[in-house]
Design a protein around this ligand. Sequence first.
Ligand SMILES: [Zn+2]
Length: 101
Amino acid sequence: MDDLTFEQLRDIFDFFDGIYAYCDQKLEDTPSVDHIIPFSKNGTNTASNIVICCQRCNTVKSNSSVVEFACNNVEHIITYTECMSGLPREGVRDMFNRGVM
Ligand SMILES: [Zn+2]
C-alpha cells in the first residue's frame, strides 16, 4: 500500500511541530522520514506509519520496531498514530505492547 500524498506529508510535519519523533529533540539538521513499522515487517508507506525523525535515530532504529528501539517519546508516537490511523488509543497501545509496531 502506498497512498502517501504531499498534503499528508505536510500534515505529518505540522503534527511533529519541529520536534523529532523518537528523541524529542528540536528539528535542526535535515530531517528524515521513518516508517514506524519497517517494510521488512510489512509496514506500509501510509501516513499513519510515517514519522519525522533525525538521521541519527533513523540509522540506529534501522529495521527494529518502535518498542525494540530505545525510544524517549513513545507516548507522542502513540498519539500521532492514533490521529493518523483513526484507531482508538487503546488499540494503538495494544499494538505497541504486542510489539507489532
Ligand atoms: Zn533523534
